[in-house]
Write a new protein. Structure first.
Length: 224
């Protein structure tokens, strides 16, 4: 073999060996670096995973109730509310003014009666105390008014042209009626107290008794 060729082949072999050694050193260095980096980061990830575990809250109402019973806790029992009682009414004393709810007002008369010319209509008014004790009431012509109307026309009233105070206080025993009778002279009345009131015309009329908020039944009658 030519000596120059042998020298050339030997040089190539020499450089290939040097390159193989250099590559092996680089591989070893890379492996060592990777091992160091993985060794330092591995425990940190494990520690972080252990420090903050993921917990999913349990929203099952049955399990929540069982857990509450196991812990010995119970719901607060509502406190019963005492029923409100109204204050007792003061007992009524004899002689006090009658309460309207204790009085019964009624009238007899009229009731589709027909009065001939010149005949005077008559009425009977009763007032009864239904309260527990005797009481007093004003039964004067203003307080207990008897009124006669014809349609919307106010024909006559006991409250018109009353002389004096017009008050008449009566003691009403329980269940004992106060009775007043009245005859109407068929003349009209007015608040200006005319000296010669006009006579009522033939027709249909209605009589009622009023006392505060109390009203009697209506008595309908006819004049000829």
């Amino acid at each position: 073999m030519d000596p120059d060729t042998m020298r050339a082949d030997g040089g190539d072999v020499y450089w290939r060996r040097r390159m193989s050694v250099l590559v092996a050193v680089l591989v070893v260095v890379a492996v060592v670096a990777w091992a160091c980096s993985s060794g330092s980061s591995g425990p940190e990830r494990t520690s972080s995973a252990q420090a903050s575990p993921s917990v999913t809250p349990n929203t099952d109402p049955l399990l929540a109730g069982l857990r509450t019973l196991a812990m010995g806790t119970t719901s607060p029992t509502p406190t019963p509310t005492a029923p409100k009682t109204s204050p007792a009414a003061r007992p009524k004393r004899p002689g006090e003014v009658c309460a309207e709810e204790d009085l019964v007002l009624s009238m007899q008369g009229g009731q589709e009666q027909i009065y001939a010319a010149g005949a005077k209509p008559s009425f009977l008014v009763t007032l009864v105390n239904t309260g527990p004790v005797m009481c007093t009431a004003d039964v004067g012509p203003r307080a207990m008014e008897i009124r006669i109307t014809s349609g919307a026309d106010r024909i006559w009233s006991t409250a018109d042209c009353v002389s004096g105070p017009g008050a008449e206080v009566q003691q009403l025993q329980r269940g004992v009626p106060y009775v007043r009778s009245l005859d109407w002279d068929r003349r009209r009345s007015s608040t200006d107290c005319r000296s010669t009131p006009a006579m009522a015309l033939p027709g249909t009329y209605v009589a009622t008794v009023r006392m505060g908020k109390l009203r009697s039944t209506k008595g309908v009658f006819h004049l000829r």
